[in-house]
Ligand binder design. Structure first.
Ligand code: ACM
Ligand code: ZN
Length: 558
């Protein structure tokens, strides 16, 4: 017969086993939420205690490493009251975060190992180290991220080997429809960095506003940056109410240089877009001689595809663009300039004697080939300045130059066609990557959108290489999310529309593996932790994926 006492001990023994097993489970789950999902991640049992005594130890003198560290230090400082010191050493130091570079690794790749006595980070370059520290930030307990004061931050024992699948991981923000302040652009860049994205495609010119200072052509900003009103209610594609107040704003060259530097410190390249030949009414309102009609333009106030375009017949158009691009390339070190190319109606060209003469003189078949002629000439201008071009998939029409990169937006078909031709491609199909589309079917509860329906699980299901052979897949440079701001006049709405769908795009771009399927339920599980990064920055985001059906309680603030 078992005594009462023995029974008590047996019970206690089993309770402890169960309790410690639960504790282990909690511990593991607590540190599970890395987004985008790393290639390989192995969790151990122990952990590392990070405190004020912990130092960053640089085993490489690359000065860019300091940017990577600074971002992490800002988070830590909030909780332990100090930034960690940085020392330089030629060998790893115990109780430190040892940072080194390994030229055998790819540029953006990294290894991160956390053990009880030290942390080792190895990056292909400082960029890889930056991503390692972004990952490590996500291993910090959420209470610490939320600002809990502590002397000791417990990091899990872990070994991560990681690198992105696609080298281009971008997001476009349209500042043509709505202008955002330089500080707001910097915050958007921070949001991209948090998701390990590396390209900010800055849509700077539109029918609705020209937003970049060009010193040779002051009217572009004096006239072209201001429209007299904006629509805030539309029905069946037509505006039924306007706010009747002017909207304007532009970035000075000084502000742009500062933003480009800010982005570079976060390993983000800014690709500027100067839209042509269509979506250029603001430029035509500033300098009417650039259009076929030569007069009577005003900065557009309705979200629609207009009839206006640069005149291809006049040499002065190319002279203007050459001068504009001279200033643009001086501001943006990126290898690429985006030249737009989408949604250009050909009506004005059909009526214009000069455009018709150009068709005849150049032995072109029609206005479609005229557009191709235009884009190819602009490409030559940019090539003479050492840049490559990216254009929306319409640049395929009438014949595409073999050196242009195609951004596929009207579905993936344009991208597939371009890859088959041997052109480089960025996949940004509206069917998966347009974050201005509604994210719930309950549209009346959502901020007004231009249309579409794209819930986050659909974004997540995007396979950028579907329908391509292995050879053709090599031409797919990456993936991009597009944020058109038709009804997004505040950053509050921009973030609500962008997040968390941007995380899904980021994971498709970073964590894609041939032959492996990313599972939405796993993503969703990790996002439950990742969202803390939104919360601590007070970024609005849609909560549908967390089954919290609280839509943003705002309408466009007119
Ligand atoms: C586009 O959405 N018009 C590129
Ligand atoms: Zn013309």
């Amino acid at each position: 017969m078992v005594s009462i006492q023995l029974k008590y001990w047996i019970l206690l023994y089993f309770s402890l086993i169960i309790f410690s097993a639960c504790g282990e489970k909690i511990h593991r789950e607590k540190y599970y939420g890395v987004v985008p999902k790393p290639n390989v991640m192995e969790l151990g049992q122990g952990g590392f205690d990070l405190s004020r005594r912990t130092k960053f130890c640089l085993l490489d003198k690359d000065t860019l490493l300091r940017y990577s560290i600074e971002n992490f230090n800002v988070i830590i400082e909030k909780s332990i009251g100090e930034k960690l010191d940085i020392i330089v050493s030629d060998k790893p130091v115990n109780r430190s975060i040892n940072i080194s570079l390994d030229s055998e690794l790819e540029e953006e790749a990294y290894r991160l190992q956390i053990r009880s006595n030290r942390i080792d980070i190895v990056g292909g370059t400082a960029k890889g180290v930056f991503y390692a520290l972004q990952t490590m930030q996500q291993l910090v307990p959420s209470s610490v991220l939320e600002g809990k004061q502590t002397d000791r931050i417990e990091l899990p024992e872990i070994k991560i080997t990681d690198k992105p699948y696609f080298k281009y991981r971008g997001a476009m923000l349209d500042v043509g429809r709505y202008y955002f302040e330089p500080e707001e652009i910097k915050q958007f860049i921070d949001v991209l960095a948090m998701h390990k994205m590396n390209v900010f495609h800055w849509h700077l010119t539109e029918d609705y506003g020209w937003r970049i200072e060009i010193k040779k052509y002051p009217n572009l900003t004096k006239v072209g940056s201001i429209r007299e009103k904006s629509p805030y209610r539309m029905e069946r594609g037509k505006p039924i109410q306007f706010d009747n107040k002017p909207h304007g704003g532009f970035y000075t060259q000084e502000e742009i240089r500062d933003i480009v530097k800010y982005a570079a410190e976060r390993f983000i390249t800014i690709i500027p877009e100067i839209e042509l030949p269509g979506h250029a009414t603001a430029a035509l309102a500033s300098y009417p001689h650039l259009g076929c009609k030569g007069k009577d333009y005003k900065v557009e106030t309705i979200w629609r595809v207009t009839d206006e375009a640069f005149c291809v017949g006049r040499e002065s158009t190319f002279e203007f663009l050459d001068n504009v691009f001279t200033e643009v390339v001086d501001l943006f070190p990126s290898e690429y300039v985006h030249i737009g190319g989408d949604e250009c109606r050909k009506v004005r060209w059909k009526e214009c004697p000069m455009c018709q003469k150009r068709i005849k003189d150049e032995h072109l078949k029609d206005e479609i080939e005229l557009q191709s002629y235009f884009v190819k000439r602009v490409e030559k201008i940019l090539q003479s300045k050492g840049k490559k071009i990216i254009g929306w998939d319409e640049i395929l029409e009438g014949g595409v130059s073999p050196t242009a990169t195609v951004m596929s937006w009207r579905g993936v078909e344009g991208g597939i066609e371009a890859a088959k031709k041997g052109n480089h491609v960025i996949m940004a199909p509206s069917s998966y990557c347009y974050l201005d589309f509604y994210q719930s079917k309950d549209m009346l509860k959502e901020p007004l959108s231009i249309g579409g329906y794209l819930p986050i699980d659909s974004v997540y299901s995007f396979n950028p290489l579907e329908g391509l052979t292995a050879e053709e897949s090599n031409y797919i440079e990456g993936v991009q999310a597009n944020i058109w701001t038709a009804f997004m006049d505040t950053t509050e709405i921009v973030y609500y529309m962008t997040l968390p769908r941007l995380a899904a795009v980021a994971e498709v771009a970073w964590s894609y593996r041939k032959g492996e399927t990313l599972t939405y339920s796993d993503f969703k599980h990790r996002m439950a932790d990742f969202r803390v990064l939104y919360d601590i920055r007070e970024l609005p985001y849609a909560k549908y994926m967390f089954e919290e059906n609280d839509s943003i309680k705002i309408v466009v603030s007119k």
